[in-house]
Design a protein around this ligand. Structure first.
Ligand code: 2M8
Length: 414
């Protein structure tokens, strides 16, 4: 039976000293946005552990401000690519050389609402400001939209939106051994070798350029303004402003509020597709909109971005194309839809959480309620699994998956 105590148990069992692994089975290290969702899920009743989770994440931050996607705090078997492949870190810990969506700002704000802790406030303010500045300095051409240079940075690894930009890459025949294909199910559900060859190509290119962002801006073939990352970034700007206020820095707060507005405006101006009736990502090499109908577009509501007209069209798309399934919200609909394949259709609890929150923020309370109810039912019927088939509710991927347990708790606690 899923409940507050049981979900906490999942997280505690996945905790390794000061951080929590997404799941021991598949992902035995600390992941950036997973840790943020985990901290969020325990922020109100286990705030000290949530603080520890985030402090540990801050410890992995690079001198240039980037908080990496993975921090390899322990030796573990069973994950590719591990530290030997990335060959980088910050001197304290080996890490990957890329990042993930900046959910950590929201998580830190939540912990700061529960804990009166000036040391953690100062530490968060400094670390998060450096991280957000890194996005603008190293990952933006116009100071408004930010870009990613690896599908793993988006968190939605094999989203069909990445097919076109990845098609431009000829990876040759890279040698590597995948470790994620643990059984027949994962072989069917995880990304294809076609995708992995290109993931590895981009990783090795980053390594060859010594993770130098300026050089990679010149040469990296995958440079995408991802709609999910930009939406989370816009909201993170608002919340960093609040953290700056708490920390007695009103001028910096104003600067981040402005940044949030600038990013939101650019999203409305540049990332809307009238044809798809959704916000979409852009391939920055040729300014091409990546027209796939991904649930990532709905996350714009999480930052209150869509103007009225676009909002209405987008809800029409959501109702007509995403809500016909038994459970909502499938992560993608369209010609590459597969209800059991990783980020190509299954329901993910973190995406549902972001969309439910966004729908509430933008006045779509009934849709928000429905997403929340479906998500809870999926977990209560099938356990804290990594993803779910929207047509049958059948669970897939890792068992006892940390962010599923953590975000389920936020619904029980609200
Ligand atoms: C998945 O991504 C990793 C690479 O980062 C992988 O497939 O090996 C994604 O679902 C990502 O969003 C998530 O953070 C990570 C760990 O849960 O797994």
């Amino acid at each position: 039976m899923a409940d507050l105590e049981d979900s906490l148990q999942v997280i505690e069992n996945n905790r390794r000293n000061s951080f929590t692994v997404p799941s021991e089975q598949l992902y035995p290290y600390q992941w950036n946005w997973d840790s943020a969702f985990i901290a969020l899920g325990i922020s109100s009743d286990k705030a000290l552990e949530a603080r520890e989770e985030l402090n540990q994440l801050y410890e992995s931050q690079w001198e240039n401000g980037m908080i990496p996607q993975i921090a390899f705090w322990r030796d573990a078997e069973g994950y590719f690519p591990g530290p030997d492949e990335w060959q980088t870190g910050n001197g304290k810990v080996e890490t990957s050389g890329i990042t993930q969506p900046p959910m950590v700002v929201h998580a830190a704000k939540k912990v700061l609402e529960t804990l009166d802790d000036s040391e953690f406030l100062q530490k968060s303010a400094k670390s998060l400001k450096n991280y957000m500045e890194w996005w603008i300095n190293c990952r933006s051409y116009d100071g408004r939209l930010v870009y990613v240079r690896h599908p793993w940075e988006t968190g939605m690894d094999d989203s069909p939106a990445w097919i076109k930009p990845l098609e431009k890459i000829d990876p040759g025949n890279p040698e590597y051994e995948r470790k994620d294909l643990k059984n027949d199910d994962s072989s069917k559900e995880r990304p294809e070798n076609w995708d992995y060859d290109r993931y590895v190509y981009l990783l090795r290119q980053g390594r060859d350029y010594n993770w130098n962002e300026e050089k990679l801006r010149e040469f990296c073939p995958f440079q995408v303004a991802d709609i999910l990352t930009n939406s989370i970034f816009a909201r993170a700007c608002e919340e960093l402003a609040e953290i700056m206020e708490m920390n007695g820095e009103p001028e910096k707060a104003e600067k981040w509020r402005m940044q949030g507005r600038k990013t939101s405006e650019a999203i409305n101006e540049r990332m809307w597709s009238a044809e798809t009736k959704n916000f979409v990502s852009i391939d920055l090499w040729n300014e091409e909109k990546l027209m796939e109908n991904s649930a990532a577009g709905f996350v714009t509501t999480y930052a209150g971005i869509p103007d009225q007209q676009k909002h209405e069209k987008m809800i029409e798309n959501l109702e007509n194309n995403f809500m016909g399934k038994k459970y909502i919200v499938p992560s993608y609909v369209g010609k590459h839809y597969n209800p059991e394949k990783y980020w190509r259709g299954p329901i993910w609890i973190n995406l549902n959480w972001l969309i439910a929150k966004g729908m509430k923020r933008t006045g779509e309370t009934e849709i928000s309620r429905q997403i929340t109810e479906d998500s809870k039912e999926l977990v209560e019927t099938n356990g804290y699994r990594e993803y779910f088939n929207p047509e049958t509710g059948e669970p897939h991927g890792s068992e006892k998956f940390s962010w599923t347990a953590a975000l389920y708790r936020t619904w029980l606690l609200s």
